[in-house]
Every structure is written in structure tokens, then in C-alpha cells.
Design a protein around this ligand. Structure first.
Ligand code: HEM
Length: 415
């Protein structure tokens, strides 16, 4: 069996924190291979990238996500007991609950809601603050408001603002350790209590959510043994809808940055509906967002000439795979045209994971594309804005990355 290249450091965690998204690419280039081993937080990971590695990683039921991520990350993202850490049958049944939320009508409804809320928020902001908006922050509020209406969680304005802040803290701190991470976990606890209370009220009959809404579907979901989901797990899964919807603000911030940097594409988007989705796809491909997904082998298996054992850890580099020159011409260039007539590939375009949706691939990918397409249309065609002086550099050692200024716009008029 050939030797797997080794990152020499005793533990590479510090290098990962320093290099961020580029950590894996640096070493894949250095070793001229799709696989190397590195110790991260004391555990050895097989770090892989590229289409072939993604096919290996997304082989059905090959990996469990249980124990694969540090708990500082897991507890702020999907959390214990959630769909993400289930395997096999239990996973399939819970995943179906999420996928049942994603019908074309529901996606259209959400996309439309989000655009309406964005226009209202821009109008409010203009009347109160003269139009200067931090887009990243404002979109979090817009998406949280739209998501709560969509899943039928009814909150007072102050509760909505608090929830938006708590969800934002989970997103911003998923890659941190220490006090910032602990504070975000305490804030998360409040969101969980709020959502758990909603579920308990539904079950007690004192709250009647819209039929087919997220709250109704999750509160009435049954486990394979026929039992209702425990209220605290319902709260975790409601958060697994709300939090990533709010995180779409980050993709949108990078979309706005791309508009600013590519004036020809901006002009085309004003009049060409068919260009909206390719633009959104190119933004998703290039945005530094989820750096990797991790898994632990459930059984022994072989890949290429290597043999791996049950319990071996893997990290698939999403960021690097989306920019792999073997799959993408001129991969660093922002070229939405590459997605015109694109036939799809679940192993080369993996900003939200890959493979089949019945596996662990992101349940919200269709929703993400639908809402980004709608919000882009609104931003480009209905909101006239200028960019004040600001620092738009992106630090790739920060996970998740963002333009330094958060992308501030000065809204001049609304159409
Ligand atoms: C901001 C954009 C988003 C990004 C970058 C993103 C990314 C991801 C990634 C990388 C995974 C892990 C895939 C794996 O383990 O192989 C995932 C899983 C998941 N995502 Fe998303 N996601 C986004 C939006 C959403 C939305 C909008 C929803 C729901 C409305 C959602 C719900 C989920 C769920 C439930 C899972 C767990 C799926 C499973 O384990 O079967 N995500 N997402």
C-alpha cells in the first residue's frame, strides 16, 4: 500500500487557525496529492479533496458525523441529537422531515417573503437612518424575519431582534474556541428555550400553526419508533432551519461584493432573468463559507490503493474542491457563464456538501438558491445604492470569512 503524505507538525491546529481556508490547499499542493494526514485538535484526519475524493466521502452510509467535529463547532451548528449526527434509517427518516419542507411552492413562498421583507427593511432604514446599511447585518434581520413567518413562529419585534442576534452569534463563533464560543452557546440556550416553548404550546393545543408550516411539521414529526420527537430535539431542528437561513446573508454579502467587482455582470443582471441563477451559483462556488465536512468511517473500506479502517477520520475540503482546476476552467475567475446550460455535478460543486440529498448533503440547498435568486433580483432592480468608502478586503484566516466592512451600502432610492 502506498504511503499517505504526512503534515509534519505534531499538531496542525495552529496552522489551520493561521491559514484558514487555504490550510488544506497549501498542503495538497505541497505534497502533489489529493490526500494527506494531519493532526487537528489531537486527532489524525485524512484530508482529501477533489471529485474523486467527494465520491468516496459521499458513498452512502460510509461515514458517521458523530464525533467527527469538535464539540465547540457542533454545539453551535447542528448540535447533538440533530439530523446531522444520525446514521442509516434514523437519519433517512429525520432527513425526510426536512426535505418535505422544500416543495417548489414553499420555496417560492419563502423567496417572495424574503424579498418583500428586504424592501420593507430598506424603506424603514432609509426613513430612520438616511439609507446607510450594513448589508450583512441587515440581511440577517431580513432572513430571520422571513424565516419565522415561513415556518410560522410568531414573535414580538424585540424577540425577533434577540433571536437574530443569537443566530448570528452561532454562525460567527462556530470556528472559535474559548470565551467567545461559550458566550455564543449560552445565547443559543435562550433560542432553544424559546423554540421549545413554541413546540410545547402546539402540543398542548394553545398554539395552532399553519398546516404544512415548518413548526407544524416538526412539532408533529414521529421517530421510527412512532414516538413524537422530544421538544428539545424539535427546538434543535427548528434552529437547523432558522440558523442556516440567516447564514444565507453571508452568501448574499459576497454576491453584493461580486456585483461591485464585476460591472458587466451587474448590468446583465438588470435585464436578463436567465443570468440570475448562474450568477448565484458562481457566488456559491467561490464564497469561502464552510471550509470542510468531516466524517468517521463506519466500516473498513478501500479507496484507490489505500485501505482504511473503521474509526478512521476524514475531512473533505469543500473550499478546495469548488476551486479544483481539474473540474473548473480558470477556477479562481468569477465567470457565471460557466453555469449556463450546466448539467450539474454533485461531487465538484459542493459548497453545501455533495452526493445525494438522502445522504448528509445540505437539506437547504434548493432554498438557498431560490432565495438568493430572488434577493439578487430585488437588490439589482429595486434598490438604487452607492458604496461609501470602506475596507472590502477578505481575510481567509477568518472562518466564516466576510468583507472587513461587512459591506455597507447607502440606499438612494427604492423602485
Ligand atoms: C448558508 C447557506 C448554507 C450552507 C453554506 C450550508 C452548508 C451545509 C453543509 C456543508 C452541510 C453538511 C453536509 C455534510 O455533512 O455532508 C449542511 C447540512 C445541513 N444543512 Fe445546510 N447550508 C446552508 C443552508 C441551509 C439551509 C437554508 C437549511 C435549511 C433551511 C440547511 C439545513 C441543513 C441541514 C438540516 C443539514 C444536515 C443534513 C444531513 O445531515 O442530512 N442548510 N449544510
Amino acid at each position: 500500500m502506498p504511503q499517505i503524505a504526512q503534515d509534519n507538525a505534531l499538531d496542525s491546529s495552529l496552522a489551520f487557525y493561521r491559514e484558514g481556508y487555504e490550510f488544506f490547499r497549501h498542503r495538497h499542493r505541497q505534497f502533489h496529492t489529493d490526500i494527506f494526514q494531519a493532526k487537528l485538535l489531537g486527532k489524525t484526519y485524512n484530508c482529501v479533496f477533489g471529485e474523486d475524493a467527494a465520491r468516496m466521502f459521499y458513498e452512502p452510509d460510509r461515514f458517521t458525523r458523530q464525533g467527527a467535529l469538535p464539540s465547540s463547532t457542533l454545539k453551535l451548528l447542528q448540535d447533538e441529537g440533530s439530523v446531522a449526527v444520525l446514521d442509516a434509517e434514523a437519519h433517512a427518516q429525520r432527513k425526510q422531515m426536512f426535505l418535505s419542507l422544500m416543495t417548489p411552492e414553499r420555496l417560492r413562498l419563502f423567496a417572495q417573503l424574503a424579498s418583500e421583507v428586504l424592501l420593507d427593511a430598506a424603506a424603514d432604514q432609509r426613513s430612520q437612518n438616511g439609507g446607510v446599511i450594513n448589508l450583512d447585518q441587515a440581511l440577517r434581520g431580513v432572513l430571520c424575519d422571513a424565516a419565522c413567518r415561513w415556518i410560522d413562529i410568531r414573535l414580538e419585534r424585540s424577540e425577533l431582534q434577540r433571536l437574530t442576534g443569537e443566530l448570528g452569534a452561532m454562525i460567527d463563533n462556530a470556528g472559535t474556541i474559548g470565551p467567545a464560543n461559550w458566550t455564543a452557546r449560552i445565547r443559543r440556550w435562550h433560542s432553544e428555550q424559546l423554540l421549545r416553548h413554541q413546540v410545547e404550546r402546539v402540543r398542548a393545543g394553545s398554539l395552532a400553526p399553519r398546516g404544512g408550516s415548518g413548526l407544524e411539521i416538526i412539532a408533529s414529526h414521529r421517530e421510527p419508533d412512532g414516538q413524537l420527537l422530544a421538544p428539545e430535539i424539535c427546538a434543535v431542528e427548528l434552529l437547523n432551519v432558522l440558523r442556516p437561513i440567516v447564514a444565507i446573508s453571508r452568501f448574499m454579502t459576497f454576491a453584493a461584493l461580486a456585483l461591485h467587482q464585476h460591472s458587466a455582470a451587474h448590468a446583465q443582471l438588470r435585464c436578463d432573468d436567465a443570468f440570475l441563477e448562474p450568477f448565484v451559483q458562481e457566488v456559491r462556488r467561490l464564497t469561502p463559507f464552510f471550509p470542510v465536512v468531516a466524517g468517521i468511517a463506519r466500516e473498513d473500506f478501500g479507496w484507490r490503493d489505500y485501505r482504511f479502517g473503521k474509526g478512521d477520520r476524514f475531512a473533505l475540503d469543500l473550499y478546495g474542491t469548488n476551486r479544483d482546476p481539474r473540474a473548473w476552467d480558470d477556477p479562481e475567475a468569477f465567470r457565471p457563464e460557466r453555469f449556463i446550460g450546466w448539467r450539474g455535478n454533485a461531487f465538484t460543486m459542493i459548497p453545501q456538501g455533495g452526493g445525494d440529498f438522502v445522504g448528509h448533503r445540505c437539506a437547504g440547498e434548493w432554498l438557498t438558491i431560490a432565495v438568493m435568486t430572488s434577493l439578487m433580483c430585488t437588490l439589482v432592480r429595486k434598490i438604487e445604492y452607492e458604496l461609501p468608502e470602506q475596507d472590502l478586503t477578505v481575510d481567509l484566516s477568518r472562518i466564516p470569512a466576510a468583507p472587513k466592512s461587512g459591506f455597507v451600502i447607502d440606499v438612494k432610492s427604492l423602485h
